[in-house]
Design a protein around this ligand. Sequence first.
Ligand code: ADP
Length: 391
Amino acid sequence: MWFLWPIISLAALAGLHLWWRAKFNAQQAQRAAEIEASRRQQQQTSLEAQAQQEVLFDSMLEGLLLLDRSRKIYLVNRAFKNLFGIKTELRGKTIVEALRLHELDELLRRVEAEQQVLEYEFKLPDLNERWLQVNAAVIKNAAGERDGTILVFRDLTRIKQLERTREEFVANVSHELRTPLSLIKGYVETLLDGARDNPEVGERFLKIIERNTNRLDLLIQDLLTISALESGRMKLDLQPVKLRALADKVLTLLHSKAESKNTQLVNELPELTAGADANRLDQVFTNLVDNAIKYGRANGAVVVGGKQLADGKLEVFVRDDGPGIPPEALTRVFERFYRVDKARSRDQGGTGLGLSIVKHIVQAHGGEVRAESEPGKGATFFFTVPAAAGG
Ligand code: ADP
């Protein structure tokens, strides 16, 4: 039997080995399954984190663009897509491929050289005059190497427009103030230089000075009104206002001005009661009738009329039979300092702000203004106001 021992031992060893192999394999499989599960878990967590990140980035007002280290797009948020009007997937493209903006590509190189570029402004080459501001910085990894670039875009268009409007306004105001001021200065100097010794000349010069001082006064009053209206500081005192009676009052006050041009003033307004601020509405009527007399023809007529509209609002018109307004100027006449005929307006003592004030007041009441004209036959200005409650 002794010769069987080695065989038995070998068989036992082989069995042991097989058992151990099986156990080892099972352990390996379990380890692999655990690693796979953990990898899946990590992947899931990273997907969730990415989704959360995207929600966060999409809630930003600024456009966000993340580039990887090979300058390919890694991520853009919703605001970015809206800014550039993009609907397609951008991941993996370069800036030039995605946006065709070489200016941004140059900016990217600058950012890489300088590590960050702040408040870089540029105009988009589209027709709508859109301005963007970019803040950009290089993203680094733990070893301090460039890992990507982040660019944050802000739409500056509105701010630029406001800036330009403000600059234009300041330039206009300065110009408007300078004209009467330089006339006053000139005539005062001439008077001091001896013109005052001739009473007739002196009187004429003083009248010119008076006229220009009044113009300055008017201009400053109009500017203060515009500023109060635009800033919303002017509170309306809404009361029932009888429109026909208000128009009568305004026509009476402007009667002598109309008479000097032999203009007939006609009040055709029916008995309508508006819910409005009487003083402000007085200003609207005065500006419109004053313009109709100023720009209407001599020996002509100015008619004020109106009616209740289907939506319950009241519509008032002021019509003249003068030379009218060219079609391209019909909406522009409501802009500050816009005049169809600059010299004529100034001769008439106009500030160029009257219709802008009219528009602001009417809009503050929730109404609208517009002008219609058949050149050569006259102009009609319309405005709407709310009817008085229950009226
Ligand atoms: P202004 O002080 O110059 O009268 P407004 O704002 O009241 O300023 O009017 C702007 C411009 O609109 C005027 O300069 C004038 O050219 C034009 N305008 C206003 N009303 C009339 C009208 N009834 N007929 C023709 N042009 C008018």
